[in-house]
Design a protein around this ligand. Sequence first.
Ligand code: NAD
Length: 259
Amino acid sequence: MQNRIAVVTGSTSGIGLATVRELAGRGCDVMVNGFGDRAEIDRNCAEIAERSGSRIVYSAADLSRPEEARAMMAEAARLLGPVDILVNNAGIQHVAALHEFPDDKWDLLLAVNLSAAFHTIKAALPAMRERRWGRIVNTSSVLGMVGAPHKPAYVAAKHGIIGLTKSVSIEVAPHGITCNAVCPGTVLTPIIERQIAQQAEVTGLPEDRVLQAVFLEKMPTGRLIAPEEVASAIAFLCSDTAGSITGTALPVDGGYTTH
Ligand code: NAD
């Protein structure tokens, strides 16, 4: 994967940050994106660049805004070169019963978790088609395959991104481009830490019980997944040897969706 140019959205923490480390370690130059403490982001980027010898740049684009998603893709091409690999990983969650679910949260979750991928893929495709090579990986979730209460926007968006993945994969296959999704189970990252607290509030259960009942009991492996386990699946789907794998939704879920 030497000298491939990658954009990983939502990569200032968790699965995205682990994916940047993995891709940079395999020789990719990477654009990092997401929110967070700017000094910590700069430190992480510098550390990854030094360790890997790859170029690492950062965009603070807010992907709930289509114009910022488009500008980020243009900036990646300007700073690093034509984008070969696009990982749509940015995601947010909101937990509330449907009859109380705020309208603005519905719109925001759909914008970040689904529509942003439409805009970045649209921006990435012309250069990928011209170069007849491209890898697109979208982070869905086990909740892109099965339902769950109190997460209507997340479940709808994560199902939607699998639909987008399948549609795009057929369209771009003749041009040497693949498009796949990964479906993580429970990975202990900031999004899950916030979700456990929200879920405890909605259900009235203590947080340790929520972690056990809502997350761990669903995974036959009975343990949390490490961000690196998802990152290595994403990196595999971005590799040359995965060229015949397209339109799939790959569970990295400790068996969550097998029963
Ligand atoms: P995380 O909270 O560590 O990462 C989310 C990233 O998205 C952060 O970098 C954040 O800054 C970024 N982000 C949020 N809103 C954004 C916006 N408007 N514009 C740009 N970036 C934005 O959580 P994570 O677990 O690493 O989540 C990564 C992806 O994995 C998400 O799509 C999430 O839905 C998915 N996922 C996570 C789990 C899990 O158990 N952690 C399970 C299944 C799927």
